[in-house]
Design a protein around this ligand. Structure first.
Ligand SMILES: NC(=O)c1ccc[n+]([C@@H]2O[C@H](COP(=O)([O-])OP(=O)(O)OC[C@H]3O[C@@H](n4cnc5c(N)ncnc54)[C@H](OP(=O)(O)O)[C@@H]3O)[C@@H](O)[C@H]2O)c1
Length: 347
């Protein structure tokens, strides 16, 4: 069987901006037979995520991520349907997901790396298993629960950067559900700002590309900032931290503004901002969702319940076709997405 697949064509270099040309599409032949323990799957949706920037380097900088190899198939989060199974726990027609789904139209995989998913949890929107009811949703939920110290009824204000992206758009809504009284987002376009306020229930939002973030936050967070869900780092985060109250908490989710720079993670804060953390007793602990695997099942059920009750709104930007994986990745890294950036491979 002839399939299409995506391989790594080139590396952007440690300090380079990724481009669609870093990826290449080619044809390949899939064997007709599968072995015991294997399944053949058809790919429905693939995910592009910021962490993949590390996999484009020869060294990823973290032990839980392996670099992609030149001319080898790239992989990440995926959802598909089982077409043939010689693995006891999966049958033809099952929907499955994996963090290590090869970027190809069909694949033969070890059944063990696949997890069966229940379409009812997402009202049939299978791509949500890669976003709101998947790893990014868990990141927002567990980040807030484990590092946010949100206490209902205590009038906390939360600021979220990267607010119109996948994790950010969910974090703002979850902050409200968990009891924050005011939620303010920071994002990169006026359209995103409008979506945050009119569709996702943020009290206000700031466009960091055109507005003075610190000045706006002073007005929009009159009682100061108690919790900061940080997706971006850099000067945006410095401005937020300067507005934080004593005993506040930074949820150190990600630092996407620094991912094309060869600096250790998390990048150092300017000394004056570091001094604010100490003076005001603000916590800023590294958060990695993969350290909380024991909470994934209950977290997915919680996210699904909120979604089906209409309390958690899900935004997606969908691009069609395996040949657009590189373009989708580039677009997400430069702010082209609202909500989760998804690539639809087949129906
Ligand atoms: N800790 C964990 O376990 C974990 C797990 C998943 C994700 N993450 C992190 O969470 C963050 C968000 O991930 P996501 O999946 O939700 O991605 P995403 O927000 O859907 O997409 C990335 C967004 O970041 C914004 N951005 C890009 N460059 C920027 C810059 N220089 N300054 C400010 N904003 C910039 C863009 O929107 P704008 O238009 O607003 O610029 C872009 O749409 C990332 O840092 C990621 O690494 C962490």
């Amino acid at each position: 069987m002839i399939i299409q697949r995506v391989v790594l064509n080139s590396r952007p270099g440690k300090n380079g901006t990724p481009a669609a040309e870093n990826f290449r599409v080619e044809e390949a032949t899939l064997p007709d037979q599968i072995s015991e323990g294997q399944v053949r799957v058809r790919t429905l949706y693939l995910s592009v995520d910021p962490y993949m920037r590390c996999r484009l380097n020869e060294e990823t900088g973290v032990d839980y991520l392996k670099p992609w190899q030149l001319s080898q198939v790239t992989d990440g989060g995926g959802v598909g349907i089982v077409e043939e199974s010689k693995y006891a726990h999966l049958s033809e027609g099952d929907f499955v997901t994996s963090f290590s789904w090869p970027w190809q139209t069909r694949a033969i995989l070890d059944g063990e790396i696949l997890e069966k998913v229940t379409p009812q949890l997402v009202d049939g929107h299978l791509s949500y298993f890669l976003g709101a009811i998947g790893m990014p949703g868990l990141t927002s939920l567990l980040g807030i629960k484990e590092k946010g110290h949100v206490t209902a009824g205590s009038n906390q204000t939360m600021v979220v950067s990267g607010a119109a992206g996948c994790c950010g758009s969910l974090a703002g809504q979850i902050a409200r559900l968990e009891g924050c009284s005011r939620v303010v987002g920071i994002c990169g376009t006026d359209e995103k700002r409008s979506v945050l306020v009119s569709e996702l229930g943020f009290d206000a939002a700031v466009n960091y590309r055109t507005e003075d973030v610190e000045g706006q936050l002073r007005d929009l967070c009159p009682a100061g900032v108690d919790v900061y869900f940080d997706n971006v780092g850099g000067s945006v985060s410095d401005a937020v931290i300067r507005q934080m109250n004593e005993n506040g908490h930074v949820v150190l989710c990600g630092q996407i503004s620094q991912y094309n720079r060869d600096v250790p993670y998390p990048p150092q804060l300017p000394p004056a901002v570091e001094a604010i953390l100490k003076e005001r007793n603000i916590t800023r602990e590294r958060f990695t969702v993969l350290n909380y695997r024991d909470k994934f099942d209950s977290g997915i059920l919680q996210l699904s319940r909120w979604f089906r009750e209409g309390k958690l709104k899900v935004k997606e930007t969908v691009i069609n076709g395996l040949e657009n994986m590189g373009a989708a990745f580039q677009s997400m890294m430069t702010g082209g997405n609202i909500g989760k950036q998804i690539v639809r491979i087949s129906d």
